[in-house]
Design a protein around this ligand. Structure first.
Ligand SMILES: [Zn+2]
Length: 374
């Protein structure tokens, strides 16, 4: 069989418009599923909503040891307000670059592990095997991965590679993501008679001021650093000459291991209760972390060393991934985030990925797969 070409596959995947919202990943998932089925993989499709399709593809598995998992999402973020100078879906190339929405985040990464898997398929049939988890709906709250974990559809994995953009540097985790919506209520009245109303915006402003007294139960993590929060949006009021009876802000908190998101929600509720504020969790992705001393993580570091020119040091990445939900679904398997995209190009106008990096990922992923089944 001719070796599959990861550059060509990246361009094929870019041609599927999987901008989320609405996502509509089904056609892209089916395309990958067909390629993998033809190489001997068994596939299963799981939809958390209509056309929101994740794919699980498996090969081998002798029951003694769990397979190794490679994972990536096929949805992308919207194009943004700025005009692109390149076609976002045509897979335009220029020198070493392939342009398009999702090239770096992360269709290049998906193409890399799918090509490594297709090439090695004949050798993966025996031994612990390989499982590929290709998800829908990552960009808005990891919906696809959460669905797979919540419904116990993942089975087993002994290690997880999340092929998100890291310029082929292996990261041992990322912070958790807990987003909250805080709402205050008031009583509306004519703007000329504020004394008969109750102003929801004023209450909300006071609630935001109260955040100064908010403390995380864990102040810092040795590798991840400090947890953070940011007020991201604020909304309230319908017109200038009315007392607003409703106002909201959203809060983006980034947590470190040891911080429980349900507990975080309760402490916010307690802090803001005097303002009559209602707190609702809107996005919940736990932190992802694997101890760098883990034997398999050390093996990943060793394999990446020649490419990077030095042995990697334990670091975590700033964005969050499906890895957190998948680690939960796979009952705590060690995980690294390692993929060909450039992290700073994710979600950018004129997003591109280096095709050399994609080829390097294929080689790294092949080595990781072979070591696992050896
Ligand atoms: Zn991504």
């Amino acid at each position: 069989m001719r070796s599959p070409d990861p550059r060509a596959l990246t361009r094929e995947l870019l041609a599927f418009n999987t901008i989320n919202p609405p996502g509509m990943e089904r056609a892209c998932a089916r395309h990958l599923g067909r390629l993998l089925e033809n190489a001997g993989f068994t596939t299963a499709y799981h939809e958390f909503a209509d056309s929101r399709t994740s794919l699980i593809a498996r090969i081998g598995g002798d029951g003694a040891r769990a397979p190794i998992c490679f994972t990536g999402h096929i949805d992308t973020v919207p194009l943004g307000a700025a005009k692109w100078t390149r076609d976002a879906f045509a897979g335009e190339t220029d020198g070493d670059r392939v342009y398009g929405r999702g090239s770096t985040d992360m269709k290049g990464g998906v193409a890399a592990f799918v090509c490594a898997a297709l090439e090695l398929a004949p050798r993966l049939g025996r031994g612990p095997g390989l499982v590929l988890v290709i998800t829908a709906g990552e960009e808005i709250g990891c919906e696809g991965a959460r669905f797979l974990a919540d419904h116990d559809l993942l089975g087993r994995a002994g290690a997880i590679v999340v092929a998100e953009p890291t310029a082929n540097y292996p990261y041992v985790g990322h912070k958790g993501l807990a987003w909250f919506e805080v709402e205050t209520r008031g009583v509306t009245a004519h703007g000329s008679m504020p004394e008969v109303g109750e102003n929801a915006i004023v209450k909300l402003a006071q609630a935001i001021g109260d955040l100064e007294h908010f403390h995380f139960p864990v102040e810092s993590h040795p590798v991840m650093g400090k947890p953070t929060y940011n007020v991201g949006t604020i909304r309230g009021g319908l017109n200038t000459n009315s007392v607003p009876d409703e106002a909201r802000f959203t809060l983006d908190t980034r947590s470190v291991p040891g911080i429980d998101h349900a507990h975080l929600c309760r402490s916010l509720e307690q802090l803001l209760a005097p303002r009559g504020a209602r707190v609702r969790k809107i996005v919940d992705t736990p932190p992802l972390y694997t101890e760098p001393e883990n034997e398999w993580v050390q093996q990943v570091f060793e394999l990446c060393t020649p490419l990077l020119g030095e042995r990697p040091t334990p670091k975590t990445i700033t964005f969050s991934t499906d890895g957190a939900d998948l680690k939960r679904g796979f009952h705590g398997a060690p995980a690294v985030i390692l993929g060909p995209g450039e992290p700073q190009l994710a979600h950018q106008t004129d997003e591109w990925c280096s095709m050399t990096r994609i080829e390097q990922s294929v080689a790294l992923f092949r080595d990781l797969m072979l070591r696992w089944v050896a």
